[in-house]
Design a protein around this ligand. Structure first.
Ligand code: NDP
Length: 308
C-alpha cells in the first residue's frame, strides 16, 4: 500500500500512528513534510488545516481519528469524490453517558450552588425535587445522543430528544427537525450532541435560550461552533440561563485569556467528555484499509450530503 499521511494537530495522531505500527509494522505512515507524502492514498485526520487535503492527488480514503468529521468537511480543497470515514466506539457512548449524567445531576441537585456556598462558608440546603420534574432535552440522537437520552430517561428525568428524522427511544419524547420550538419549550437542561454542519452552527444562541425555562442550563458536548458566545454571556447576565457546562471550544486549547475560564457561571472542561480508545481507533482504521483494498463497503462512512 502507498503511504498514509497524518494531517492535523494534537498528540492523538502520534498515538494512533504508534498503535497502527504496533499492529501492522509494514505500514508506511508519513508526515506532510516527508518525501513520499505526495503519494499518500489515505489521510488520517484530526483537525486538518483547511487547504491541506487537496495537496494529495492520490487519496482514496480520508479517515477521521474521532467521532466527528466536521473539520474534514470544512476543507474547501477536499475532493468530494473521496469517501470520509469516522470512528464509532461503543465505549465512547459510555464515556459520554457518564459525562452528561454528571453534568445533569450536578445542576439538577444544585451542586453548583452548594460549591459556591462552600466558598462563602454558607450553610444552605437547596430544595430537592424529583428527577421527573426536571426537563432535559438532548439535541442529536445519534450514536452518542441516543445512549445519553436513554440513560437520562432510565433515571426518571423528563427526557426529550431532537433529531432531523423521527426516532423512537423508550421513555424519551422525541421531536423532528421542524419541531424544535416544542422540543425546547420550558427545558431546564439542554444537552448538545449534534455534529457541526452548516445547519447546526450557532444553534446554541439567543433564540434557543429564549424558549427554555428561565434559569436553565446548557451543556455543550458537540463542537465549540455550536455556541454563540455573545448570546451565552448575555443570557447568563440577564438570568435566562443559570449556568453552562462547556466541553468544546472554537479554539482548543481554550486560550488562557478567554473570559469563559473565570466566569462564575461557566464550567470549562478540556474536551474530555468522551474519547474512543486508541485500540479501537487503530482497529477501525485497519479494518477500513482492508476494506479499501478488497473493494468491500467501508465502515462508518460519513454521508457527504449531510456532513455527518
Ligand atoms: P451521529 O452522526 O451518530 O448523530 C448525529 C445526530 O444529530 C443524529 O441523530 C442526527 O439526526 C442529528 N442531527 C444532525 N443534524 C441535525 C439537524 N440539522 N437538526 C436536527 N438533528 C440533527 O453523531 P454522534 O452521536 O456520534 O456524535 C455527535 C457529535 O458529538 C460529534 O459530531 C462530535 O461533534 C461530538 N463529540 C464530542 C465529543 C466530546 O468529547 N465532547 C466526543 C465525541 C463526539 P438524524 O438521526 O435524523 O440523522
Amino acid at each position: 500500500m502507498k503511504p498514509l499521511v497524518l494531517l492535523g494537530t494534537g498528540n492523538g495522531l502520534g498515538r494512533v500512528r504508534e498503535m497502527l505500527l504496533a499492529r501492522e509494522p509494514e505500514l508506511n505512515i508519513v508526515r506532510p513534510d516527508d518525501a513520499d507524502a505526495q503519494q499518500a492514498e489515505v489521510a488520517l485526520c484530526w483537525n486538518p488545516v483547511p487547504g491541506s487535503l487537496g495537496m494529495y492527488p492520490h487519496l482514496r480514503l480520508i479517515h477521521s481519528i474521532a467521532a466527528g468529521a466536521d473539520q474534514i468537511f470544512k476543507d474547501p480543497s477536499r475532493n468530494p469524490q473521496i469517501p470520509v470515514c469516522r470512528i464509532v466506539d461503543p465505549d465512547h457512548r459510555l464515556g459520554m453517558v457518564e459525562y452528561v449524567l454528571w453534568g445533569v445531576l450536578h445542576y439538577h441537585r444544585g451542586f453548583d450552588q452548594v460549591l459556591r456556598n462552600q466558598a462563602w462558608v454558607f450553610w444552605d440546603r437547596p430544595a430537592q425535587r424529583p428527577a421527573k420534574q426536571t426537563k432535559v432535552g438532548v439535541m442529536g440522537l445519534g450514536e452518542l445522543g441516543r445512549a445519553v437520552a436513554s440513560q437520562l430517561a432510565a433515571l426518571d428525568f423528563d427526557t426529550r430528544g431532537w433529531a432531523r428524522r423521527a426516532q423512537q427511544i423508550e421513555g424519551v419524547t422525541t421531536f423532528q427537525a421542524g419541531e424544535i420550538k416544542a422540543f425546547l419549550s420550558g427545558l431546564d437542561i439542554l444537552v448538545c450532541l449534534l455534529p457541526l454542519t452548516t445547519e447546526t452552527v450557532g444553534i446554541l444562541g439567543e433564540e434557543t435560550f429564549a424558549q427554555m425555562a428561565t434559569g436553565s442550563v446548557v451543556i455543550n458536548c458537540g463542537r465549540g461552533e455550536h455556541l454563540n458566545r455573545e448570546d451565552l454571556l448575555a443570557a447568563l447576565d440577564n438570568g435566562q440561563l443559570r449556568s453552562a457546562l462547556l466541553d468544546v471550544f472554537e479554539q482548543e486549547p481554550l486560550p488562557v485569556t478567554d473570559p469563559f475560564w473565570r466566569h462564575p457561571q461557566i464550567c470549562v472542561t478540556p474536551h474530555i467528555a468522551s474519547s474512543a480508545s486508541y485500540e479501537v481507533i487503530a482497529g477501525q482504521i485497519l479494518e477500513n484499509l482492508a476494506r479499501l483494498e478488497s473493494g468491500a463497503p467501508l465502515a462508518n462512512e460519513v454521508n457527504p450530503e449531510q456532513g455527518y
